[in-house]
Every structure is written in structure tokens, then in C-alpha cells.
Write a protein that binds this ligand. Structure first.
Ligand SMILES: Cc1cc2nc3c(=O)[nH]c(=O)nc-3n(C[C@H](O)[C@H](O)[C@H](O)COP(=O)(O)OP(=O)(O)OC[C@H]3O[C@@H](n4cnc5c(N)ncnc54)[C@H](O)[C@@H]3O)c2cc1C
Length: 379
């Protein structure tokens, strides 16, 4: 328990919720801190000190389950790819490869799990076997998702012999893997997909941003769409629709929320600045990402529709990838092609220099004004 509590105290906790799910006496609950991130709280008087929370916490695991990096590097295959279905590709964040992989799982009567918006446009993980739900799972949501009791749902389905595909941040994938392992759940039917991850933003900051836009547009939000492709994939935008028919649409160089995230690192979870799950140290079968800077001579003009980077790590991942190959455009690439355009593959993002001041004033001033005072001036 000491190591576990130290993880929380020093803010190394990723907020993955696996400890809450594994606790056999339900004495762990999540509580939001002043920055808006959830951390576990243990009811110490009722705790039976079984240590299960320590066996699932991704931050506390040794790296014994990782293959030797060199072996992994040699076995790994990398592709630039996109869905041949234009609607799927346009509505997805990069090339729509997640949707094709998920569809393949559904074809085999499996379940798919990923992040969705709830009625209040907050983000949580969800699981379904219904094809019409796939579009809810599609698209990157740039805020930390609440994992709720997804581990238990996944575990129950695997125990029933179902196929499950889980997609989430690298730390969430670790949580799922360690939860299954600690519960003795067979994982041959579990497919883990992670992505190159810049970091998870504070749900409180995101909510305040939406609240202010609702005031400005005199209407409730009806839909949030990050990395919308109205101006193309390279110049992605944030599109927020309102119930009164109005719309906020700003590209990556003008949207305050995305600029505060990617230019100033103002509201990323503290643990994301020292992430253990970078580079090849991944539990996932497949890693997805935006293939920034991709060079494809024969299809140069087409990459701006969205191009995914697909990194296949395991035999299981290879089987899943092979099942969608006829539905996607793909070209094999090398690790050296990925790294220059995606520093987050190997390195954590350091906290922005204004992060502390930003959070000190979070409850004292409008959030858009709070973010914008730290952004470089732009036309
Ligand atoms: C917080 C975050 C940071 C990212 N950082 C980078 C980066 O630095 N570099 C890069 O190349 N790519 C990054 N990505 C991944 C990228 O945006 C695309 O998701 C990826 O390229 C897959 O695209 P797609 O078109 O195949 O699928 P999409 O349709 O975009 O599907 C994305 C999948 O991700 C899951 N997902 C969405 N939001 C979340 C969330 N908040 N938490 C957990 N799971 C979620 C969805 O459930 C879905 O299963 C990030 C994604 C997120 C959510």
C-alpha cells in the first residue's frame, strides 16, 4: 500500500481507475483535485491491505512483460494508411484505421470499447457490440476520459469467451492488461490498441471552455468535434455545434483550447509529463497515430484527407491488421519515418512554464482569457 499511496501523493498516478475496479472491498473511490483530475482516495479504516491496488497500478509495474526493445523493433511493422471509405476517413481523426479495426471485431461478433461523449459532452469509456455505436467511439477527444467500471465489463466479457477490442491511452491499456492479469482472466481474445499520446487534458478546464462558449453563443452545445477536417487534416480545427444552429469553428492556429494544449502545455495531467509508456515500451497489439510529415510519392495530394500511422507490435495485432488490409490504402514505412514528425512517440511533454499560474487563476477568471494571456500573439 505504501508504494501505491506514494504514487498518488506525488501525482504519478495516471487516473486510470484500475485500482478502483480491482479493490475487492470497494474502499477506493476517485476524487477530483483542484486542477480537475481524478485521484484515488482509500478509506483506510475499511481497507483489508490485500495489495491488489499495487498489482494493477500501471505506474508500479516492473517492465518484465515487455519484450526486449531490440526484438520488438525488429518484429514491428509500420504502415501509413487510411480507410478507402471516404466518409469514415473524413469523420475520423487521422486515417480512420481505428474504425476499420473495430468493424472487423464487430464482424466477428466481438465488443469494442473506447472513449465517447456523454449527454453533457464529458468523456468516458464505453463498450458496445452494436455497429451503429461505432461512430460515437470514433474521433479523438482531447480531455481525459473517465474509465468508470470498464475493466469489470471487459473482464466479464472475456470470461464469457467474447472478443474485446479496447482502445485508449497507453496507460489505460496498461491498466486493462494488469487488471486482467491480476484477475486471472484469459487475454487471448483481448485486442489492445493505443495511440501516440501527447497527454490528457483536465476535464475541468475543458468543461469551463464549453461553458464559456455556451454563454457566448447563447445556446447549449450539441456536438464537439476535435481535429475536424474542414480546412484539411494538416490544418485541423475544433468544431463545436450549438443547439440554436450556430457553430464555433477555429483551426489549430486559432482555437484557444487546442493552442493552450499543444503550444503551451497548460493543462495536461501531471503524470503525462513523466510518462512511462513511451517509445516501444507498450503493451498494445497495435499503436495508431497521425502520420505527420508522411511522404507518399504516389499519393501526395491525398494525404491531407488524413493519414494514420499504424504500428503493429504482436502476432495478434498482425492478424487484426491483415483482416482490414483490403479495406484500406497502405504503404509500409520505417520507424525513422515516424519519429521526426511525432516527438511524443518517445518523449513526454514537459509542463508549460505558465501551467502553475494558469491553475492558480483557474477559478478566478474566465478560462479563455486565462489561456489566451499565455499564447503568443497571432493574426
Ligand atoms: C488525448 C489524445 C492525445 C493524442 N496525441 C497524439 C499525438 O501526440 N500524436 C499523434 O500522432 N496522435 C495522437 N493522438 C491519436 C490521434 O489523434 C488519433 O486518435 C489516431 O491517429 C487514430 O486515428 P483514427 O482516425 O484511426 O481513429 P479515431 O476515430 O480518431 O479513433 C480514436 C480512438 O481513440 C479513442 N479515444 C478518443 N479520445 C480518447 C481519450 N480522450 N482517451 C482515450 N481514448 C480516446 C476513441 O475511443 C477511438 O477508439 C492522440 C489522441 C488522443 C485521444
Amino acid at each position: 500500500m505504501d508504494k501505491y499511496r506514494e504514487t498518488v501523493r506525488t501525482k504519478k498516478c495516471t487516473g486510470c481507475n484500475s485500482c478502483v475496479n480491482i479493490c475487492p472491498v470497494n474502499v477506493i473511490s476517485m476524487k477530483e483535485d483542484l486542477e480537475g483530475f481524478n485521484y484515488p482516495i482509500v478509506d483506510v479504516d475499511s481497507c483489508i491491505r490485500c495489495g491488489k491496488c499495487e498489482t494493477v497500478c500501471p505506474v508500479l509495474q516492473d517492465e518484465y512483460h515487455y519484450l526486449n526493445d531490440i526484438i520488438k523493433k525488429n518484429a514491428m511493422k509500420i504502415y501509413a494508411a487510411w480507410s478507402k471509405n471516404d466518409d469514415i476517413r473524413r469523420q475520423s481523426t487521422s486515417g480512420g484505421i481505428y474504425s476499420e479495426l473495430a468493424a472487423s471485431i464487430l464482424d466477428n461478433r466481438g465488443y469494442i470499447s473506447g472513449a465517447v461523449y456523454d449527454e453533457a459532452h464529458m468523456v468516458r469509456h464505453w463498450i458496445t457490440d452494436q455497429r451503429e455505436d461505432l461512430e460515437k467511439l470514433r474521433q479523438s477527444k482531447y480531455v481525459q476520459s473517465d474509465m468508470g467500471s470498464i475493466y469489470k465489463n471487459i473482464g466479464d466479457l472475456l470470461n464469457q469467451g467474447k472478443i474485446v477490442l479496447f482502445c485508449g491511452t497507453p496507460c489505460q491499456c496498461e491498466g486493462v492488461f494488469h487488471y486482467c492479469k491480476a484477475q486471472g482472466i484469459e487475454t487471448t481474445r483481448l485486442y489492445l490498441i493505443d495511440f501516440i499520446c501527447r497527454g490528457s487534458n483536465s476535464p475541468k478546464v475543458y468543461r469551463k471552455f464549453l461553458d464559456e462558449l455556451e454563454e457566448k453563443y447563447h445556446s447549449k452545445v450539441s456536438r464537439v468535434w476535435f481535429k475536424n477536417k474542414t480546412f484539411g487534416w494538416n490544418c485541423f480545427s475544433t468544431k463545436i455545434d450549438f443547439e440554436n444552429g450556430t457553430c464555433y469553428l477555429e483551426d489549430r492556429f486559432h482555437d484557444t483550447y487546442i493552442r493552450g494544449y499543444i503550444e503551451e502545455n497548460l493543462y495536461i495531467r501531471p503524470s503525462c509529463s513523466d510518462c512511462k509508456f513511451k517509445g516501444l515500451r507498450r503493451i498494445a497489439d497495435i499503436t495508431l497515430a497521425d502520420f505527420w510529415g508522411v511522404q507518399l510519392e504516389e499519393a501526395m495530394q491525398e494525404t491531407d484527407g488524413g493519414t494514420s500511422m499504424v504500428m503493429v507490435h504482436t502476432e495478434k495485432g498482425k492478424r487484426l491488421w491483415n483482416s482490414i488490409k483490403p479495406k484500406v490504402f497502405w504503404k509500409e514505412k520505417k520507424l525513422e519515418d515516424v519519429i521526426p514528425g511525432n516527438d511524443c512517440f518517445e518523449h513526454s511533454v514537459k509542463p508549460g512554464v505558465h501551467r502553475e499560474q494558469f491553475f492558480l487563476d483557474l477559478d478566478n477568471m474566465p478560462v479563455i482569457e486565462n489561456i489566451e494571456r499565455f499564447l503568443k500573439k497571432r493574426e
